[in-house]
Write a protein that binds this ligand. Structure first.
Ligand code: MN
Length: 356
């Protein structure tokens, strides 16, 4: 494990210079922190004279508008490519850098890691069983963001940061720290000041925060206006209360998959709700269901019966259909598949908490 920023900068320099090409990847469902730190790394590799690429394999529709604008602006100067290009271009002498992520299932090229020779990780998230084996890694849980780490790398190397990248890094810090409320240290503020002095635009960062607010409103609106409750009586057991959310006024409305996950989380946080489902189109003709439950319903069993999957408390599925109400009806019929019998002598299920 790399300990300090100076060592990180030196390892980056030597690893990049040794490599034939450099590929950078952030986590699935990109956010401004993963994108900003990734383009900053691609730029760093360019300054060392290396061919560098950022792999972003997301359908445009799943990316929010401001982030999409950033990705579009970065496409040419920082060589944003798709996974298939990575598969074409990568070789055994290539270096892959993971930024803002360290787990195999959270990156699009997780199944094709044998294509490259060496791997580096730069992250601010906990490691786990599926952390990608890396030649070098720097993981700082104290850092607000991968953007903060990358800002420090540039400053440590006295490498000038282009204005556009300074803008993105500042936005990455704003969003990941939720406007300096979370994981914020003196260093976070120091990096903010340095980026502002370099001419970074705080308005762009604010736009991203505004987008967070818009997402919040979109999700709350869906939950407030689209939720109905249904009780399931299971013989002598206490009733199971299920909540179903979908946009009943504009059923064809397209949502981000993440919106539905957030809505389902909201439902299960309501007192008295044992299981919650958020249902919405993620593209025309394709519906996503996000399911969450407490201890009385196994949503894996419910979603399994629907043709989806997951675990006992967090599950979901993707369905090709144009009839959201028919799908909801079918789902309502499948809820009993997951109701856990009270009087069985089975040990209580382990509560699985799952964080994005
Ligand atoms: Mn981050």
């Amino acid at each position: 494990m790399i300990e300090g920023i100076k060592e990180l900068r030196e390892k980056l320099e030597s690893e990049i210079k040794e490599a034939s090409k450099v590929f950078v990847i952030g986590h699935n469902d990109p956010d401004i922190d993963s994108v900003a730190s990734a383009v900053a790394l691609a730029y760093l590799a360019q300054t060392y004279g290396k061919e560098a690429y950022v792999v972003i394999e997301e359908d445009d529709i799943k990316i929010e508008s401001r982030l999409k604008a950033v990705i579009d602006q970065c496409k040419e100067p920082y060589h944003i490519i798709r996974k298939r290009d990575y598969l074409d271009l990568a070789d055994k002498k290539s270096l892959l850098i993971l930024t803002d992520v360290n787990k195999q299932e959270r990156i699009r090229v997780g199944d094709s890691l044998d294509r490259i020779g060496r791997t580096m990780i730069i992250d601010h998230h906990n490691e786990g069983e599926t952390t990608v084996p890396a030649s070098e890694k720097y993981i700082s849980l104290a850092a607000s963001s991968a953007s903060e780490i990358m800002t420090r790398v540039f400053l440590n190397g006295k490498i000038p940061i282009p204005k556009d990248i300074a803008n993105y890094l500042l936005a990455g810090i704003y969003v990941d720290s939720k406007n300096f409320e979370f994981n914020t240290t003196e260093t976070t503020h120091e990096m903010r000041k340095k980026l502002l002095k370099m001419g970074a635009n705080p308005e762009l960062a604010n736009d991203f925060l505004k987008e967070e607010f818009e997402t919040y409103c979109r999700v709350k609106d869906l939950v407030i206006n689209g939720t109905i409750f249904k009780k399931y009586f299971d013989s002598i057991q206490a009733p199971v209360n299920a909540a179903f959310t979908l946009n009943r006024k504009k059923p064809k409305q397209i949502y981000l998959k993440d919106d539905l996950a957030k809505a389902a989380n909201d439902l299960i946080s309501l007192s008295g709700v044992n299981v919650g489902f958020a249902i919405g189109y993620v593209e025309p003709g394709v519906i996503n269901i996000s399911a969450r439950s407490g201890k009385r319903v196994n949503v894996e069993a419910v979603m399994d019966a629907m043709g989806g999957g997951g675990n006992a408390q967090l599950a979901g599925g993707r369905f090709t259909t144009d009839d959201i109400f028919a799908l909801e009806n079918e789902l309502m019929g499948k809820v009993p598949c997951g109701i856990i019998e009270e009087d069985q002598d089975t040990p209580p299920q382990m509560e699985k908490t799952s964080k994005k």
